[in-house]
Design a protein around this ligand. Structure first.
Ligand SMILES: NC(=O)c1ccc[n+]([C@@H]2O[C@H](COP(=O)([O-])OP(=O)(O)OC[C@H]3O[C@@H](n4cnc5c(N)ncnc54)[C@H](OP(=O)(O)O)[C@@H]3O)[C@@H](O)[C@H]2O)c1
Length: 339
């Protein structure tokens, strides 16, 4: 077996392996492939698996993890399993039920990390994407601070070792950090982050608050037609990146991952290709010189692959304004009570 991915300490004292294996499955790929890939990833040295209620594959990931526990390759405590609260469960009274569905599907007693998938609530119900008769997403105003309090209760109940967020901007993070009576800070913010969208401001902000930035689309995404503009440039074909790969005698993918690791980012990557999964662990065998890191910094062009977040930004803005009004009202009520 190869060496195991190194880890870093989160702000609540738990540790997170710096390289995480993504578990999304494109429509054309059978779910069995995910079981196979997850097992190969564990054999290769991956210990961190990034999943979500939304992905509808937690049964398969859980099955792969359990089979690797049963054959003695790993123990449960060696594995770092992340899942995410879906937006139709943002109401505080629903948060725990989403996590319990995840635990039931994956057949786990706890998750290592539970994160709010998007800073936007959708109307509860059986539909993952509830829509009105015109096809518009049915959003609703739930105060993110109330959702966060319910996340804190999941941690207190031992169902999640750590709690965090995903796709939050600085303003939304600030809202949680400034919440009166905050019990636990988010340990991470998982966002799209790669050479073309290097998130340097968000990274600085997160570092200043002892929050880990976790990157997705690190390799330029799987270019799924639903979310990704097919005319966008292919990240791993970038000529500067390819020249750097030649210089270090590594693949462009390894350079793209190494760049993020050296910035202190926890990196998510996904592949169903056995050779590539095995190759990922080589990222710990070389280092990029600081002048080359600067060259790679220069590739930033504010390009977002995952347009799902762009579609919901206007709704988030609207709801944030409603939330801010509600938040101001609560603060006024609280201070009136205190005086
Ligand atoms: N929080 C969120 O909102 C959010 C959003 C998106 C993703 N995520 C998480 O992040 C994970 C990563 O997924 P991603 O969509 O961001 O994709 P990504 O890791 O940037 O890219 C995955 C794609 O890269 C290809 N690939 C992998 N290694 C390669 C190599 N060495 N050379 C060339 N191509 C290579 C894969 O194809 P092959 O399979 O053929 O190798 C796959 O199509 C997801 O699974 C999910 O867990 C989270």
């Amino acid at each position: 077996m190869n060496s195991v991915s190194p880890s870093v300490v989160l702000n609540d004292g738990h540790i997170i392996p710096v390289l995480g294996f993504g578990t999304t499955v494109p429509d054309k790929v059978p779910k069995d492939e995910l079981i196979k890939a997850t097992k190969i990833a564990i054999d290769t040295g991956f210990r961190h698996f990034d999943s979500a209620y939304l992905y509808q594959i937690e049964e398969e990931v859980g099955q792969a993890i359990r089979s690797k526990i049963e054959d003695g390759t790993v123990k449960r405590e060696d594995i770092f399993y992340t899942s995410k609260l879906w937006s139709t469960f943002h109401r505080p009274e629903l948060v725990r039920s989403c996590l319990e569905k995840t635990l039931k599907n994956a057949q786990l007693d706890y998750v290592d990390l539970y994160i709010i998938h998007f800073p936007m609530a959708l109307q509860p119900g059986d539909e993952i994407f509830p829509r009105d008769e015109h096809g518009k997403l049915l959003a609703e105003a739930v105060d993110l601070c109330d959702t966060w309090e319910a996340m804190e209760k999941c941690k207190d109940a031992g169902l999640a070792k750590s709690i965090g967020v995903s796709n939050f901007n600085c303003r939304q993070l600030e809202m949680i950090l400034n919440k009166p009576g905050l019990k636990y800070k988010p340990v991470c913010n998982q966002v799209e982050c790669h050479l073309y969208l290097n998130q340097s401001k968000m990274l600085d902000y997160c570092k200043s608050k002892d929050i880990i930035l976790v990157s997705y689309c690190t390799l330029g995404s799987s270019r799924d037609k639903i979310w990704v503009d097919q005319k966008s440039p292919v990240l791993l074909d970038d000529p500067v990146l390819c020249a750097m790969a030649n210089k270090y005698k590594q693949t462009p993918a390894l350079i793209a991952i190494r760049y993020q690791l050296q910035r202190g980012i926890v990196v998510l990557i996904r592949s169903f290709n056995e050779k590539r999964i095995k190759e990922f662990m080589q990222v710990f065998e070389f280092q990029l010189a600081s002048e080359d890191m600067k060259v790679l910094d220069g590739l930033h062009r504010n390009l977002r692959y995952n347009t799902a977040i762009l579609m919901i930004i206007p709704i988030i803005r609207l709801l944030m304004n409603i939330n801010m009004v509600a938040f101001a009202r609560i603060s006024i009520r609280r201070s009136a009570y205190a005086s």
